[in-house]
Design a protein around this ligand. Structure first.
Ligand code: TRP
Ligand code: SF4
Length: 325
C-alpha cells in the first residue's frame, strides 16, 4: 500500500533554533519512518511581512542545512523551495477565486498580526491571503497530513474549508488535509517569552559552545529564589524545563538539590550549557560538513524541486480540467 503523504514548511526568517528543534524538526525527522514526506522552505511566505530580500538566499541555504543536519534525509524525503515551483503561484490564483474574504478576515492569526504590527489600513493582500497560499502548498502536493504547531491550526482549518468549497463546486479533486499535531515539549526563550529571533532570546542550532554558554547564563531562573541560600522551585524555573529535555538523566537530582539550596543557579546553568552543547554536537558536526559542500546542498534542493514539481503540475492539471480551463 502506498504510504500516506506528509507535508510541512517553514519560513526562512533566519537560522533555526531550539524552539524549532523541539517544536517541529524532531517530529519531521521521525515522520520519515512512516510517511512519504515533503518539507519545504516557504520563501514566498517570507515576503508576507518583509521586503528586505538582501540575505534571503543565505537564509534559504541556512535553513536547508539546518534541516539536513537534524536528520531530514533527502533519500527518503522531498526537500524543496516553494518559489521554485511556479505551479504554486498558479494554483494560488485559482483557489483565491473560491475563497471568501470574510473567512480570511476572521482568521485569528491575521487579526493578531495586524494588531501586533500596527498595520491598520496598510495591511497588504499577501498577509490577508497568507492562508490561501498555505492551502495551495498543502493541496498541490496531495498531502494527507500536515505536521504543524498548534499556533498554525487556524490556517489548516482554512485550507480544509477551501478544499471543501472547491470540491463542492468543481468535483472531488483535492484531498482534505488533516493536522498532525506535534506532541511538543514546550520550550520557551531565555526570557520565558516564546523563543523567537526577534526577541533575541533564542539558542540556535548553529551556535558555538561559547554562544550557548553566554545565552544560558542570561536565562531567567526561579523568581522566588533571589539568593543562593534560598530554596528553589524547579517546576517554576525555565532552566529546569530545559534540564528536563537536555539533561533528563540528571533532572531528578537537580530538582532535589535545587529544592534544598544545595545547588546554585550558576552551577546549574553551567551543567545545562554542557548538556545542550553535547546534544547539539552531532548536529553541528553534520552542519560543518554541509557548509563546505556547497554543491551537495544545491543538488539536494534541485532534486527536491524537480520531484515536487511533478506532483504539483499533475494536481494543477487536475484542477484546471475540473474548472474547464
Ligand atoms: N505558516 C507556516 C509557519 O509559519 C509555514 C507554512 C507555509 C506551512 N506553508 C505551509 C506549514 C504549508 C505547513 C504547510 O510555520
Ligand atoms: Fe532553576 Fe537550577 Fe536555579 Fe534551581 S538551581 S532555580 S533549577 S537555575
Amino acid at each position: 500500500m502506498a504510504k500516506k503523504k506528509v507535508l510541512s514548511g517553514t519560513r526562512p526568517t533566519g537560522p533555526l533554533h531550539l524552539g524549532h528543534l523541539e517544536g517541529i524538526l524532531r517530529n519531521w525527522a521521525e515522520l520519515q519512518d512512516e510517511y512519504d514526506c515533503s518539507y519545504f522552505i516557504a520563501d514566498l511566505h517570507y515576503l508576507t511581512d518583509r521586503s528586505d530580500t538582501g540575505r534571503l538566499q543565505d537564509y534559504i541555504r541556512d535553513v536547508a542545512i539546518d534541516l539536513l543536519s537534524v536528520g531530514i534525509d533527502p533519500q527518503r524525503s522531498t526537500l524543496f523551495v516553494q518559489s521554485h515551483i511556479p505551479e504554486h503561484y498558479q494554483l494560488h490564483l485559482l483557489l483565491s477565486m473560491i475563497t471568501s474574504v470574510s473567512w480570511l478576515e476572521r482568521c485569528p492569526i491575521y487579526k493578531e498580526q495586524v494588531k501586533e504590527l500596527g498595520l491598520g489600513e496598510t495591511v497588504g493582500y499577501g498577509m490577508l491571503g497568507y492562508p490561501v497560499l498555505m492551502a495551495t502548498d498543502i493541496v498541490i502536493h496531495d498531502a494527507d497530513y500536515v505536521p504543524i504547531g498548534e499556533d498554525q491550526l487556524p490556517h489548516l482549518e482554512m485550507a480544509r474549508e477551501i478544499v471543501r468549497r472547491f470540491n463542492n463546486t468543481y468535483g472531488a479533486v483535492l484531498i482534505e488535509p488533516q493536522a498532525l499535531l506535534t506532541p511538543v515539549k514546550r520550550l520557551l526563550g531565555t526570557d520565558r517569552r516564546k523563543m523567537s529571533k526577534s526577541y533575541g532570546n533564542a539558542i540556535y542550532l548553529k551556535d558555538s559552545p561559547q554562544q550557548i554558554r553566554n545565552m544560558v547564563a542570561t536565562m531567567i531562573t526561579d523568581p522566588k529564589r533571589p539568593r543562593k541560600e534560598d530554596v528553589g522551585h524547579p517546576e517554576e524555573c525555565n532552566v529546569f524545563s530545559y534540564h528536563r529535555i537536555y539533561n533528563s538523566a540528571r533532572n531528578e537530582g537537580i530538582a532535589a538539590d535545587c529544592k534544598t539550596a544545595k545547588l546554585g543557579c550558576k552551577e546549574c546553568k553551567g551543567e545545562l550549557a554542557d548538556a545542550i552543547i553535547e546534544e547539539l554536537a552531532p548536529i553541528k558536526a553534520k552542519r560543518s560538513k554541509l557548509e563546505e559542500d556547497h554543491d551537495y546542498v544545491k543538488d539536494v534542493l534541485a532534486t527536491g524541486d524537480a520531484r515536487a514539481r511533478q506532483v504539483a503540475s499533475a494536481t494543477l492539471k487536475r484542477v484546471m480540467t475540473a474548472m474547464r480551463l
